[in-house]
Design a protein around this ligand. Structure first.
Ligand code: 1Q0
Length: 211
């Protein structure tokens, strides 16, 4: 990975996360998130309450992957099976397994939907579009229903501190505006696919509302 953030690196991680038989490798899924978080950190300290939570969740998953039962955490599919078969998931309310892989990944999975919507709106935006508006629209359609009032309020304030569309395009490190738009066009179907596979798996196992 290069020192500076590049959208291409994020894309590569999510690309690597898909196995030939359409399972999702946790290792690459979280490395995609790590890159996004380091990008977010570069935007300033208003975002640190968000990146702290994201890092915390990435770390929980990494610990599971590196732990003694790590072989069960190779893919999202194997994690779901292992945790459900062994009753390692709190299904109704948080009690003995407050930090299961399933509930932790679900939070990132919802955030991936936000990313998908936000990047899609960046891709189709015009020069005078406001990133704060695009970001909050994406947030309202994804994460917001899962967050209490106080977090929604703080998120709304953070969005106002986002850089402009031009600055965003620049930090993505993918060349001219047109090249960024092309790369976004390549990245989005991939991110959508990873999201959809996880969504279907969670829906099939009734895991979409884990506490
Ligand atoms: C750059 C703008 C970033 C905007 C991110 C939008 C998400 C806002 C989320 C705010 C909530 C964070 C505070 C904690 C919330 C938790 O309560 C919540 C639930 O967890 P729990 O354990 O309490 O049940 N956690 C979450 O919902 C997870 C949130 C993870 C957010 C991860 C966001 C990572 C963002 C990366 C920056 C991407 C930059 C996009 C542009 C890329 C350009 C190529």
């Amino acid at each position: 990975m290069a020192d500076a953030f590049s959208l291409q690196d994020v894309l590569d991680s999510f690309k690597s996360s898909l196995s030939d038989n359409k399972e999702v490798f946790i290792k690459y899924y979280i490395s995609g998130w790590r890159e996004l978080v380091s990008f977010m950190n570069s935007l300033g300290s208003v975002f640190s309450f968000i990146s702290k939570d994201a890092v915390n969740k990435i770390q929980i998953l990494e610990n599971l992957l590196m732990g003694e039962n790590g072989t069960h955490y190779l893919t999202v599919q194997s994690m779901v099976k292992y945790e459900l078969d062994n009753e390692l998931v709190d299904l109704a309310k948080r009690s003995s397994h407050p930090e299961s892989g399933c509930r932790t990944l679900l939070r990132l999975h919802r955030a991936l939907r936000w990313l998908q919507l936000f990047l899609e709106s960046l891709r189709t935006s015009t020069e005078d579009s406001k990133t704060s508006v695009m970001c909050s629209e994406a947030y309202n359609a994804s994460l917001s229903p899962h967050h209490p009032w106080i977090i929604r309020k703080a998120a709304g304030m953070a969005f106002c501190a986002l850089p402009s569309r031009n600055a965003f395009f620049e930090v993505m490190n993918a060349g001219s505006d047109q090249e960024v738009i092309t790369l976004l066009g390549e990245a989005l179907p991939l991110i959508s696919e990873v999201h959809q596979i996880t969504e279907d798996l969670y829906a099939k196992n009734n895991l979409l509302d884990l506490p």
